[in-house]
Design a protein around this ligand. Sequence first.
Ligand code: SF4
Ligand code: SF4
Length: 473
Amino acid sequence: MYDVHSKCADEFISHEEILETLAYADENKENIKLIDAIIEKAKKRKGLTHREASVLLACPIEEKNQEIYKLAEQIKKDFYGNRIVMFAPLYLSNYCINGCTYCPYHAKNKHIPRKQLSQEDIRREVIALQDMGHKRLALEAGEDPVRNTMEYYLDSIKTIYSIKHKNGAIRRVNINIAATTVDNYRLLKEAGIGTYILFQETYHKESYLQLHPTGPKHDYNYHTEAMDRAMEGGIDDVGLGVLFGLDKYRYEFAGLLMHAEHLEAAFGVGPHTISVPRLKHADDINPEEFDNGIDDEIFLKLIACIRIAVPYTGMIISTREGKNVRGRALHLGISQISGASRTSVGGYYEPEPEDESSEQFDVSDNRTLDEVVRWLMEMGYIPSFCTACYREGRTGDRFMALCKSGQIQNCCHPNALMTLKEYLMDYASPETKAIGDRLIEKEVFHVPNEKARAVVLENLRLIEQDNRRDFRF
Ligand code: SF4
Ligand code: SF4
């Protein structure tokens, strides 16, 4: 039976509760009185339950949908201002013993080149990433207990944090690896990871078992309960996500919000981030074979509904999506995007030869980081390379408390400006730098506190004139 506090996946993601939620949403999808009441509740910026949010997602009334989009945009602005946090993925290894039918790294794919970065490879890749301007990485790897050991991950994290090339530094390493034990999560925490990310792929257990026919990932409960173990191991920033296209999107949406509610109920901290990947073409994978694909309009509505249901949770979109969808998604709730990503094992230091591609999926946005940064600024966004919270120990409930009090804004905005300034000084093209400098000049006057503004202005001067780096609030 459904129990938000339970430690058992079948109870905190109860199939019956999701079916009842979907039936409730269907019954009420045109119930204007209820929809208005839910929108009013959402305006209080305290979030919505999975049932309430599911009604909004199901609602076909155009006028109400426009209200939902408008509110999502407003909540996005209130919580995240016009800042967009930048990151890049770094694939460490595509060795994998699982049989996920939607991923080219599945064990039965015999023709994809298998690679694992050595510590020396990692050094080269990280220097290339630093030379682009990245400060925040998401490590990715398949599951292979023989090759991709915990020791390998810990060594890799240590290597990454140790590299200081010119003015570059990776200041936050997030990691997306297979579900593991509490002890291993503790080791990752001690190694200084930021967020532990694990996509659920699908919350529909029956589909999950079919989509993961072989390998340890077949164990739905072990996978779904991973975030509980991560939190027990001391990791308090966890990132959820489903792969939209595997099962019915309304089912996934309800499951995703129930997972967030469970973490909040059981640990007092909801997910730090939610990612919204959509199934894409890849070697050995044809997305047409999966019949739950969603179009752009539904995808954007999902983003808007997640935004208003969990206002404190960062939302991430990757280069799986092209420029246009990314642009629209930013307005509706996305707070973090990747730029200049390589979804192959290696490829930053030296592009992979085409016939040796180890890509996990086709990238739809192939722009350089400089182009993405400029594009964001031209739309009025401030690209932020900030990693301050993690480095100041503002994680988990400390982060959420600051966020909920609204105080986080006083950190994010100055930090965004200072880290953008570093980027402009060290990595931007002259054109991007000119646009960025004008933006900073204007935005610095939006730092509300006079004293803080004076500090920011002085730090900006020190970054420019004294080559100083790494200021943060
Ligand atoms: S999704 Fe992850 S676990 Fe599954 S085959 Fe791909 S890399 Fe392996
Ligand atoms: S101050 Fe914290 S919440 Fe704000 S952008 Fe930086 S790391 Fe993120």
